[in-house]
Design a protein around this ligand. Structure first.
Ligand code: ADP
Ligand code: MG
Length: 584
């Protein structure tokens, strides 16, 4: 019987590979820009026609290619970036698989023009559906330009799967944006049907680049942060806790200069913000990890959009801790959304640039992926303007309470408003956390236990959580048939109505379902509990009570927001006050 198995011809293999590497026009844009970055370009232009279906052109001023390389570049597994298996462990370039150009060329009509730096003439290569049509010398500018026309012209099925032009082009914008964030020092331009869409001149740091792409509103509400340990450096920009969005659009993670998706990193971001976020609100984060390449596998996805960490959970915890530390470092400004009226200058972000720069030195093995090669370029040297941080309650003198709801206090540099309810919630919340951390939350027996009757749907839910509630200082007994007897409530919550507290906890349990982690559930329950006895608005406080509340608040780890994420303090500097009275 004749053999049935055949080795597929190269052209077909490339087309198959294209199925993975080239999902849509934006994937082509990404691969081409990555090549330009690897070629050391400082200026990259992307021109698109008809959302990339008609034309994608990426032009760079990078190293260029020789005539021979320009031809080899289109062969499968042809790369100048790695040579041995060991190189896979130390990848510092964006590319290494050597299949992008071969794949792209197999499903489009390509024209490459390239000229080496200093060479007298360059080369033009034309390829159609993977077959060479022309390779010739030509006078072309230094660097490389790749034109991809009629993508998927020979794979009608792929063509059909493309979404609307608007959708495809929005993917292109996001590809260019992400890549441009990894290299603020490089000029990027993007045009669509000859109209300029993004024009990003070389920027001096990440924040400036974010400003260029997303505008002032977002840039002004971001704080720089950095930290790390051993062979991992984590740095970037985070939203102030009081500035959140309704979705996750502005959460980008980069590992060794590569934009990636990773659910564990996203989770770490949320855990860092945990008790500062209101429900259904999302923080912003542009988070860069620079990690010893041998500790992360970038070769797990054909489009290189995922990575696998050798030690996933350690990286998760480190990101969470560094982000949290960064938020803490942001001081009082964290709680005050910036207004675009110059107050921004007054409240400066805090960043430990010196330490960051030092750690970078270890990763300078290749300058082409030089995100971290010059720390000052990446993160601006923000002032450590401690004048504007209130770390000591002694610096705050309560002057009055207005409408029995807000405290007015004088601070060293101006005055602050404190939301008494939010502040007290924060205090109770952290006290509950502390007691829990030290063993268990101390409970106080009710003189007369309170009975609550629950419907069928809710009983089981509650019954299931009784042991955990017990550890939270809340002893509830199941009397059967939906009857529950509340016997103990956390002593800190003395004065709260046990029944309403119980029902709120039930609501919280129901809304969380089984989806959340125990840690998150516990904190959420604490924040529900803290709300109950917390000093309400419309409650008169005397001077002494105000002093105690302020002192307690500033003993907290996160004094600037309540556990639901609302600000506890709003501040006005003397400069601002003077400005309001036109004295400045
Ligand atoms: P990879 O990037 O994984 O090496 P590609 O198929 O994307 O594979 O590119 C193949 C090779 O072509 C690269 O290794 C590089 O040497 C060369 N090349 C591609 N694009 C450029 C460019 N814009 N400038 C200079 N060389 C390039
Ligand atoms: Mg490549």
């Amino acid at each position: 019987m004749p053999s049935l198995i055949k080795i597929l011809p190269d052209l077909l293999v490339n087309k198959i590979a294209a199925g993975e590497v080239v999902e849509r026009p934006a994937s082509v844009v990404k691969e081409l820009i990555e090549n330009s970055l690897d070629a050391g370009a400082s200026d990259i232009s992307v021109d698109i026609e008809q959302a990339g279906k008609r034309l994608i052109r990426v032009t760079d001023n990078g190293s260029g290619m020789s005539k021979e390389d320009a031809r080899t570049a289109f062969l499968r597994h042809a790369t100048s970036k790695i040579t041995t298996e060991a190189d896979l462990e130390t990848i510092m370039t964006m590319g290494f698989r050597g299949e992008a150009l071969a794949s792209i060329a197999s499903v489009s009509q390509v024209r490459l023009q390239s000229c080496l730096q200093g060479a007298s003439s360059g080369v033009v290569v034309d390829i159609e559906g993977g077959s060479f049509r022309n390779v010739s010398d030509a006078a072309v500018p230094t660097g490389t330009s790749l034109e991809i026309a009629h993508l998927f012209y020979n794979t009608p099925a792929r063509l059909k799967f493309l979404k609307s032009p608007a959708t495809e082009f929005s993917h292109i914008i996001s590809s260019v944006s992400h890549l441009s964030l990894t290299h603020p020092e490089i000029r990027f331009r993007l045009t669509h049907n000859k109209k300029m869409v993004l024009d990003l001149p070389a920027a001096s740091n990440l924040k400036e680049r974010v400003f260029q792409i997303y505008g002032a509103e977002i840039a002004e509400n971001l704080i720089s942060f950095s930290g790390g340990r051993d062979s991992v450096v984590i740095a970037g920009l985070l939203s102030r806790p009081a500035y959140t969005r309704a979705d996750r659009t502005y959460q980008d993670f980069f590992v060794n200069g590569r934009y990636i998706k990773n659910t564990s990193l996203t989770h770490a971001l949320y855990s860092a913000y945990s008790d500062m976020l209101m429900r259904d609100r999302h923080p912003l984060g542009f988070i860069f990890l620079q990690i010893d390449p041998s500790l992360v596998d970038v070769n797990v996805h054909p489009a290189k959009s995922e990575v696998r960490f050798r030690n996933q959970s350690q990286i998760h915890d480190l990101v969470r801790d560094v982000v949290r530390e960064g938020l803490r470092g942001a001081g009082v400004s964290a709680s005050v959304p910036m207004r675009a009226d110059g107050v921004r200058e007054a409240i400066a972000d805090y960043v430990q640039n010196a330490e960051f720069g030092m750690r970078n030195a270890e990763f300078k093995s290749d300058t082409s992926s030089s995100l971290f090669s010059s720390s000052n370029r990446f993160l601006e040297a923000d002032l450590d303007n401690s004048e504007f941080r209130i770390s000591h309650s002694e610096l705050l003198f309560p002057l009055a309470q207005i409408h029995d709801s807000f405290i007015i206090a004088q601070s060293r540099e101006g005055m602050v408003f404190i939301d008494q309810h939010a502040a007290h919630e924060r205090v109770l919340f952290e006290k509950l956390q502390d007691q829990y951390g030290a063993g268990e939350v101390s409970g106080q027996h009710l003189l007369i236990p309170v009975q609550v009757e629950l419907g069928t749907a809710e009983r089981e839910h509650m019954a299931e959580h009784l042991p955990e509630l017990d550890r939270l200082g809340f002893a509830v007994e199941d009397y059967g048939n939906g009857a529950f007897m509340i016997k103990t409530v956390p002593s800190l919550l003395e004065g709260a109505d046990p029944k309403r507290l119980f029902l709120d906890i039930l609501d919280e349990l129901r809304s969380q379902g089984h989806s959340s982690s125990m840690d998150k559930l516990r904190d959420d329950l604490f924040s529900v509990m803290a709300c109950h006895p917390a000093i309400k608005v419309n409650r008169h406080l005397d001077r002494r009570e105000m002093e105690v509340l302020i002192a307690d608040l500033f003993k907290c780890r996160m004094p600037h927001t309540c556990p639901h994420g609302r600000p506890t303090i709003v501040r006005f500097s003397m400069d601002e006050i003077k400005k309001m009275f036109k004295r400045m």
